[in-house]
Ligand binder design. Structure first.
Ligand code: BES
Ligand code: MN
Ligand code: ZN
Length: 501
């Protein structure tokens, strides 16, 4: 892991291999963002150079300069923010992305320093987050790791606020978010021959042992006894049986209780309704919801957030073995409702149904589920925005706001009621698919059937986050986002729980 240090030294005094600075641009004029510890002659020199080489100051544009006066580091990287003016509090995400792009591009570097725009400790936190999020690399499966693909070993954040308690707290939070997000990324990037329900549960137990999070695992016999027809049905085509992992974080001061349910399909072949080969390639990512859930609970425990959280990881492998679930099968879920199986590739909602049933039994104040649930969500919103659907407008808005606070983009989608009747079944309570259009909404309406009532007889507030798009980046890296697993959702879940204290 990359280590993080705060310093208020100036760039002439600080010994580092690389100094990262940020630029902004307005009316074709690209110039440095004002930052602590950068001398006027340094700024003038760089501004003149940026003009001479025609730098555009756009996000993901990095410019390397050598021999810069007033800087002891031999190399300066100027990273564009796309901002027109000096950064404001609302520009944190641009700062994270710009710093992330620079640090991501500096693999193999020992020590990089980043100068923070302005005296704000919050901005120092954003810089620290961008640097640590961008420093990630997944090299566990290379036979001979190259030094040039190792993340930056040490990052110094140069800020005038370096010695304040607020900046130290912001840096600590950045470390917790980065380390837990990296854990989620690692889980998702791990090949599915090594990550399956049992090994996933083992990794979670190991990771959380000695923390304030309790872990319990239900194996297939216990699942069958508890009528978990979703997990059992989806998992029965695989040689590697399903698991339900429950995580409990219950700090004494907590007055509110959030439940989280994560989709943990360790590989989605589609089952008998087999996916085409090209659609299957990235399907190790189908457990990204469960990965985000476990990482978020770890983060909340490490941050000591005074909110109780119970998370359910619904783990199964969707395969085509001789005992695989068939279209036409009817299964009984943990809450007693019966479901006619139509398309074995709509497996996520089946395992989530059991998880939501369990979550409802503890009557939390709110239940959030997070799942790489539908290709339709990607069709609607592209691959960088999650869809949010809910039975409660207020809870949904709190989720979207919580996500935007930490730089994750979410967009509200309607639970269009007319899509519910097409799920009516001739033989069971309902089918798990319906009308061909609006697949993201149909999936959410199915999940809603498994959200129980609270003591007042009202359905528990429930928020569904479909992360099929943003969980996995099949394109090039950008900002602090690597190719492959993104760790999307960890920060939104943490932020949402914090807002529910
Ligand atoms: N895991 C997929 C959804 C998915 C697709 C996630 C692409 C990430 C990237 C899910 O299990 C699935 O196959 N959904 C089907 C549902 C359909 C059969 C009703 C889909 O979206 O096509
Ligand atoms: Mn599927
Ligand atoms: Zn799936």
């Amino acid at each position: 892991m990359t280590t993080l240090t705060l310093t208020d030294k100036d760039t002439a005094a600080l010994k580092a291999d690389v100094l990262v600075l940020l630029s902004r641009t307005s009316d074709g004029d690209t110039r440095l963002v004002t930052a602590h510890g950068v001398a006027a002659e340094t700024e003038e020199h760089i501004n003149a150079t940026l003009a001479a080489i025609g730098a555009k100051g756009r996000l993901n544009e990095t410019t390397k300069l050598t021999g810069v006066p007033g800087v002891s580091a031999p190399l300066v990287v100027v990273s564009g923010t796309s901002l027109e003016d000096e950064p404001q509090a609302s520009d944190h995400e641009s700062i994270r992305q710009a710093v992330g792009a620079a640090i991501r591009g500096l693999k193999g570097t020992q020590h990089a320093a980043v100068a923070v725009p302005g005296p704000s400790s919050e901005l120092a936190g954003a810089v620290a987050e961008g640097a640590l999020f961008g420093a990630y690399a997944f090299n566990a499966y290379r036979s001979a790791p190259k030094p040039s693909s190792e993340p930056v070993a040490k990052v110094s954040v140069i800020s005038s606020a370096a010695r304040t308690a607020a900046a130290k707290a912001a840096a600590k939070r950045a470390e917790v978010l980065a380390e837990t997000q990296a854990f989620a990324r690692d889980l998702v990037n791990t090949p599915p021959n090594d990550l399956y329900p049992e090994s996933f549960a083992d990794k979670v137990k190991k990771r959380l042992s000695g923390t304030k999070v309790k872990v319990s695992v239900m194996e297939e016999r216990a699942l069958a006894k508890a009528n978990c027809g979703g997990l059992i049905g989806v998992g029965q085509g695989s040689a590697r049986p399903p698991r339900l992992v429950t995580l409990t974080y219950a700090p004494e001061k907590a007055t509110r209780h959030v439940a989280i349910v994560g989709k943990g399909i360790t590989f989605d072949s589609g089952g008998l309704c087999l996916k085409p080969a090209t659609s299957m390639i990235t399907m190790k990512c189908d457990m990204a919801g469960a990965a985000a859930a476990v990482a978020a609970v770890e983060a909340l425990a490490r941050l000591g957030t005074p909110v109780a959280v119970t998370a359910y990881l619904c783990l199964a492998e969707n395969m085509t073995g001789s005992n695989a679930q068939r279209p036409g099968d009817v299964v009984t879920m943990h809450n007693g409702k019966t479901v006619e199986i139509i398309n074995t590739d709509a497996e996520g909602r089946l395992v989530m149904a059991d998880g939501l049933s369990f979550a409802s039994e503890i009557t939390p104040d709110v239940v959030v589920d997070i799942a790489t649930l539908t290709g339709a969500a990607m069709m609607a919103l592209g691959v960088r925005t999650a869809a949010v659907l809910s039975n409660n407008d207020d809870a949904r808005e709190r989720m979207v706001t919580a996500a935007s606070r930490v730089g994750e983009r979410q967009w509200a989608m309607p639970l269009a009621e007319e899509l519910r009747p097409p799920m009516d079944s001739q033989v069971a309570d309902f089918k798990h698919t319906g009308e061909k259009h609006g697949g993201m909404i149909t999936a959410a309406l199915f999940l809603r059937e498994f959200v129980g009532d609270n003591a007042d007889g009202e359905q528990i507030p429930w928020v569904h986050v479909d992360i099929a798009g943003p969980a996995f980046n099949s394109d090039g890296a950008h900002g602090y986002t690597p190719t492959g697993a993104t760790g999307y959702g960890v920060r939104s879940l943490v932020s949402f729980a914090e807002a529910n204290v």
